[in-house]
Design a protein around this ligand. Structure first.
Ligand code: ATP
Ligand code: LTN
Length: 328
């Protein structure tokens, strides 16, 4: 069975973008692949987090992994800091990554361009930790949203470099992102990614939003004044984004939805999308409440960390030996 690995960093509450771009695929893939899904808590602190909020978000993220349908019997689910090898290999791989490569990472460049103050070294080197997260487990595929593809490309370069310098050690993984829903946009500004770090609450739907409130956000989404429903991502990005949301949730495509709604009003389309979102959230939230009530999270994480550590420890051992870090 081929292996797949991915992670989410819950710097806030998980969003519909996380669900459509990532989580939903983890669930789809768990039957046909050996799925490893972790919570990237070390990545969260590249930007300051309130300790109480962070801790709550981590617990919620695990509960939401399960509520969205990840099954701990099939998938390995764990918290990054429970497997100490991530941080160690992250440091090692930073020694095989060039400053120029990190300087080219768009996520970091965007933050620098925004003139954000006090950017940390952790934020700069975070792609090295992400490479470690991946390479410890030799996955074949890494399912991610569009914004993360560049980091997986860098991971491939680091793996190839290390393999060439020593001997084959890491599997070179492929990024995997879906044709529909790899980049869900903000409801208030369809040129920007729907993001939990966004300032306006109206542009982003959270998986724990009240379904009626989520529907309202969809009804208030920015569209355009053409007055005609077409699947035109370039000229009608707001409308296209709404169709992409519904298409991802209902297993359709924006083009098919545009055909169905041709000649109808934007309000009707928005109601359809809003219903699809509300139904999805209701299902997830009902399971989320059950999971919290049943106190299963600690046990899931314990078992996941045990399974993950077996793989990670073996790989790190191989790496440290090859580099010559051990005294024989
Ligand atoms: P932020 O939302 O704060 O920018 P992030 O999206 O970069 O955070 P994660 O929460 O770790 O960070 O993202 C987890 C996964 O969800 C990644 O694979 C990411 O590509 C995907 N993802 C996040 N937002 C979206 C979106 N709007 N559309 C599609 N996929 C997304
Ligand atoms: N960097 C990712 C989260 C992440 C990840 C990973 C995804 C950390 N490690 C390994 C895939 C594989 C993010 O910010 N979205």
């Amino acid at each position: 069975m081929k292996r797949m690995l991915s992670g989410i960093k819950p710097t806030g509450q998980l969003t519909l973008g996380n669900y459509i771009g990532a989580l939903h695929h983890f669930v789809e893939y768990q039957d046909d692949y050996e799925m490893i899904a972790f919570i990237a808590n070390l990545h969260c602190i590249t930007v300051y987090q309130d300790p109480k909020e962070l801790s709550t978000n981590l617990r919620d993220a695990v509960a939401l992994y399960l509520a969205c349908g990840l099954d701990p019997e099939k998938a390995t689910i764990f918290l990054q800091t429970d497997v100490k090898q991530h941080a160690e290999l992250g440091y090692i791989l930073a020694c095989y990554t060039y400053l120029g490569e990190l300087n080219r990472m768009t996520q970091f460049k965007d933050k620098t361009a925004k003139n954000e103050q006090n950017l940390t070294a952790g934020l700069f080197t975070y792609p090295c930790l992400m490479a470690a997260d991946i390479l410890l487990y030799d996955p074949d595929y890494v399912p991610v949203g569009d914004d993360q593809k560049q980091h997986v490309e860098l991971t491939r370069d680091i793996a190839i470099r290390f393999n060439n310098k020593y001997s084959p050690t890491f599997k070179v993984p492929e990024p995997l992102s879906a044709k529909v829903g790899a980049r869900i946009m903000s409801l208030t500004d369809p040129t920007r990614k729907m993001s939990k770090s966004e300032h306006s609450d109206k542009g982003c739907i959270y998986l724990l939003d009240d379904p009626a409130k989520a529907k309202k956000k969809i009804m208030g989404a920015v569209t355009d004044s053409f007055g005609e429903i077409k699947a035109d991502k370039v000229n009608q990005p707001g409308l296209y984004n709404l169709m992409e949301i519904a298409a991802s949730l209902n297993g359709s495509t924006p083009e098919k939805i545009a055909e169905e709604f041709a000649g109808k009003g934007y309000g009707e389309l928005k109601r359809y999308v809003g219903d699809a979102v509300a139904t999805t959230l209701e299902g997830i939230q009902a399971r989320y409440r059950d999971i919290l009530a049943n106190n299963v999270i600690d046990e899931v994480l314990k078992q996941g960390a045990e399974k993950a550590t077996l793989i990670a420890a073996k790989k790190l051992d191989e790496v440290t030996k090859k580099i010559g870090l051990e005294i024989r």
